[in-house]
Design a protein around this ligand. Structure first.
Ligand code: ADP
Length: 646
C-alpha cells in the first residue's frame, strides 16, 4: 500500500481517538457538574458512567498518540494510558464476579437513580468486556509478532461488531441488542465511541483482518467497499420501513416479514447483478490487455524466451523459432540449455540459480561474448537481456536474445578496413615525406648549377634572363613542395586546450601588423567565445582567412573586415567577412581544394593551399567551412567548430 494512503489512514485513526477523547471529556464534565444531558445523549437514555468515560478518555488518548508518534517515549505514555483503562475494566469485571474492591464510585458518586441499576456508578458488563478487549488489542497491536497483531485486529473487530449491535438496538428500540439480556444497557454514546475508536484503531494496520478487505486498491477491495456501503444502507432503510409498517399496522406481522425477505433478496440480487457486470467488464478489459501484450510479444523482432526457476522454457515467440530453427512445440517444456552450445550447457544451471537468487534486470552486451546454438548446431554470437517477471506462480525469467552475427561480421570488416586505412595512411605520410624531401635534392642541384653558370661562365643578357626565370621556377617548386609537406603534416601533433579566441585573434592581427598598416585595413572583431580546440591549428585558420580577406581586396578600396560568432545548437559558428573582390559562385567548392587558385600569380601572390589548410583544420574540429559571396562585393567565409569536452 502506498505510504500516502497509509498516512491518510493514520489521520483517520487520530480523528477517531480525538472523537473518543472529546465525548469522554464532555461526559466527565457532565458528572462533575451533575448535568444529566451531558451524561446521556437524551433525556431517558442510559448515562455513560464516569469510569467508562475515564476509560474512553485513556483509550482515545492512547490511539491519538499511537497514530501520530512512533518513538519510544510516546509508546510508554500510550501503554500507561491503555494500562490505566485496563485496570478500571478488570476491577469492574471482578466486581461482577463478586469482588469486594469497589471502583464504581471511587472517583465520583452516582446519584442517578436508574431503573434496574442495582450498582450505582457501575458500567455495563458489556462495556467492561469491551474496554478490556480494546486494551488487550491495543497492547497486542504494538507487538513484533505478526500473529499477535492479527489477533489484536480481530479483537478490535469484535468490539466494533458488539458496539454496532448496540447502536442498531437503539435505532430499532430492541433492548436485547443493547443489554444482551444479561446486564444493564451499554449507553448509546458509549457504543458510538467504541465503534469509531475500534474502527480507527484497526486502520493503524490497514492491511490486516477485515479492514484489509476495505482499504486496499485492488479490484476486490474497491468492490467490497462499494458493496458493503450500499448493502448496509439498503438494509437499514428496508428494516426501518418494515418497522414503520409494523408500527402503523400497514401489514400484519407475517406479511411484513415476507415483504421484508422479498425486498432483501431483490436488493441483494440487484447489487450482485451490478457487481458481476462490473467484474465482467474488468475481466474483458484485462483480456484485451493480455491479448495486446501477446500480440506485442509475438511481433517483437528479438527472440523472447520465458523460463521458470528450474530453467524450463514456458513461452517463446515467433522470432525465437526463426532464430533458433526449432518449432515452438519442440522448445516448450525443454531445459534452456537446448539453446546453448554444447560446451556451455553443464555450467548453465548454476547461472540460472544465481539469477533467481538475485532476480534483477541484467544486460549482456556484445562485449560479454555470449554464444547460442541453433537446431543445426550452428553457434552464433548474441546480446542478452534478462528480466525477472512476477507471476502468480512466482518469479520467472524473461530472456531477450539478439542475434549479433551480422553486427560482428560488420565490426570485423570495419576493423579490417580501419587497419588497412591506417597502413595506407602511414604509407602515404611516408611517401609524402620522402617525395617532398627527395624532390628538394634535384632542385637544389639545378639551383647550384644555375649559380655556377652565373658565376663561372660569361653569359649574355638573354641567357641571364633565362637563368633568372629558371631560378624563380626552382624556388617556387621548392616552396610548393614544402607547402605540400606542411599540408600533409597539418594536425599531426594537435593538442586540445581551452582557448580564448578573442586573445588569439588579437595576436593574429598583431602578427599581420605590417600588412594591415600598408593596406590601411580596418578589422572589427565581435566578442568571441572561449572554446576547447586545437589552438595552433585554429590560429593558422584565422591567420589564413584574415590574410586572404586583405590580400584579395579591391584596388583603391580600403579593406574592411568583420569577424564574428554565434552559437547554434551547441555548435560554434564563426565568420570572417570582407569587402574585397568576391568569388564567383562557380568556385565556391573548388577554392578549398589544394593548389586551386582563381587569380594570376602576378595579380595576387600565393600557392593555393591556404583554404585547403583551413578546410582540413575545420574538419579535424568536426566542423565544416563554406563561403558566401556576391561576386565583386566581398566574401563571407563561415565555419563551424564542435564543442569538444576536455
Ligand atoms: P592562395 O591565397 O594562396 O591563392 P587560397 O587557398 O588561400 O590560396 O585561396 C584559394 C583561392 O580562393 C584564391 O586564389 C582566391 O582566388 C580565392 N580566395 C580566397 N580567399 C578569398 C577572398 N577573401 N576573397 C576573394 N577570393 C578569395
Amino acid at each position: 500500500m502506498a505510504t500516502k494512503e497509509k498516512i491518510g489512514y493514520f489521520y483517520l485513526a487520530f480523528a477517531a481517538g480525538l472523537f473518543s477523547v472529546i465525548v469522554a471529556f464532555i461526559v466527565i464534565m457532565g458528572w462533575y457538574t451533575d448535568n444529566r444531558n451531558l451524561k446521556s445523549i437524551m433525556e431517558g437514555y442510559t448515562t455513560m458512567k464516569f469510569n467508562t468515560a475515564l476509560c474512553l478518555l485513556f483509550l482515545g488518548k492512547s490511539l491519538c498518540l499511537r497514530s501520530v508518534f512512533k518513538n519510544q517515549d510516546y509508546r510508554f505514555i500510550t501503554n500507561i494510558c491503555t494500562a490505566l483503562a485496563a485496570v478500571v475494566g478488570i476491577l469492574t469485571l471482578l466486581e461482577f464476579l463478586g469482588s469486594v474492591i469497589s471502583i464504581d464510585q471511587v472517583f465520583i458518586e452516582d446519584k442517578t437513580a436508574v431503573k434496574n441499576n442495582a450498582f450505582p456508578g457501575r458500567m455495563s458488563l458489556i462495556t467492561a468486556v469491551c474496554i478490556l478487549t480494546t486494551c488487550i488489542s491495543f497492547l497486542f497491536a504494538i507487538s513484533q509478532k505478526k500473529l499477535l497483531v492479527l489477533i489484536s485486529q480481530y479483537l478490535l473487530h469484535c468490539v466494533s461488531f458488539t458496539s454496532f449491535t448496540v447502536i442498531v438496538g437503539y435505532l430499532f428500540k430492541v433492548p436485547t441488542l443493547y443489554d444482551f439480556s444479561i446486564t444493564t444497557p451499554m449507553a448509546l454514546h458509549t457504543a458510538i465511541c467504541f465503534f469509531i475508536l475500534t474502527i480507527g484503531a484497526s486502520l493503524l494496520n490497514p492491511n490486516k483482518g477485515i479492514t484489509g478487505i476495505f482499504t486496499g486498491n485492488k479490484i476486490g477491495n474497491i468492490m467490497a467497499r462499494r458493496l458493503f456501503i450500499r448493502m448496509a444502507t439498503a438494509m437499514v432503510i428496508i428494516s426501518y420501513l418494515n418497522l414503520f409498517m409494523e408500527k402503523y399496522k400497514v401489514f400484519n406481522m407475517g406479511a411484513g416479514s415476507a415483504i421484508f425477505s422479498v425486498a432483501v433478496v431483490l436488493i441483494s440480487l440487484l447489487f450482485i447483478w451490478e457487481t458481476s457486470k462490473n467484474l465482467n467488464q474488468l475481466e474483458q478489459k484485462r483480456q484485451l490487455i493480455s491479448d495486446r501484450l501477446n500480440l506485442i510479444f509475438e511481433a517483437m523482432p528479438n527472440a523472447l524466451v520465458m523460463a521458470d526457476n528450474k530453467g524450463k522454457i514456458i513461452l517463446v515467440n515467433r522470432a525465437t523459432e526463426e532464430m533458433f530453427g526449432y518449432k515452438r512445440t519442440e522448445l516448450l517444456g525443454q531445459a534452456l540449455e537446448i539453446l546453448l552450445p554444447e560446451n556451455l550447457r553443464a555450467g548453465h544451471p548454476a547461472k540460472i540459480k544465481g539469477f533467481f537468487n538475485k532476480p534483477f534486470t541484467r544486460h549482456y552486451s556484445s562485449e560479454a561474448n555470449l554464444w547460442a546454438s541453433r537446431k543445426n548446431n550452428e553457434e552464433f554470437p548474441i546480446e542478452l537481456g534478462l528480466t525477472p517477471v512476477k507471476t502468480e506462480e512466482g518469479i520467472i525469467a524473461l530472456a531477450t536474445v539478439i542475434d549479433i552475427t551480422q553486427r560482428k561480421t560488420n565490426e570485423k570488416i570495419i576493423q579490417e578496413q580501419v587497419r588497412e586505412l591506417k597502413i595506407k595512411n602511414q604509407e602515404m605520410e611516408q611517401f609524402n615525406y620522402i617525395a617532398s624531401h627527395d624532390l628538394q635534392e634535384p632542385l637544389r642541384t639545378v639551383a647550384n648549377y644555375i649559380m655556377l653558370l652565373e658565376e663561372d661562365f660569361p653569359v649574355n643578357e638573354e641567357i641571364t634572363m633565362h637563368l633568372a626565370s629558371m631560378k624563380q621556377a626552382t624556388t617556387r617548386m621548392s616552396r610548393l613542395i614544402r607547402t605540400l609537406l606542411d599540408y600533409g603534416l597539418l594536425g599531426r601533433n594537435k593538442s586540445l586546450t581551452s582557448t580564448n579566441l578573442n586573445s588569439l585573434v588579437t595576436e593574429v592581427i598583431a602578427d599581420l601588423n605590417n600588412l594591415i598598416k600598408s593596406t590601411g585595413a580596418v578589422i572589427n572583431v565581435e566578442t568571441l567565445p572561449e572554446i576547447n580546440c586545437y589552438e595552433t591549428e585554429i590560429r593558422q585558420l584565422f591567420q589564413n582567412l584574415i590574410n586572404n580577406a586583405i590580400k584579395f581586396r579591391k584596388k583603391d578600396v580600403q579593406p574592411i573586415l568583420n569577424i564574428g560568432y554565434k552559437k547554434v545548437n551547441d555548435i560554434h559558428e564563426f565568420y570572417v567577412s570582407d569587402n574585397g573582390i568576391g568569388i564567383n559562385p562557380r568556385h565556391y567548392q573548388t577554392i578549398f581544394n589544394i593548389f586551386q587558385r582563381l587569380n594570376r600569380q602576378e595579380d595576387y601572390e600565393g600557392y593555393g593551399v591556404g583554404l585547403a589548410n583551413c578546410k582540413k583544420i575545420v574538419e579535424i574540429h568536426g566542423g565544416k567551412i563554406w563561403v558566401e559571396s556576391v561576386h565583386g562585393e566581398g566574401s563571407i567565409f563561415k565555419f563551424t567548430i564542435n564543442n569538444f569536452t576536455l
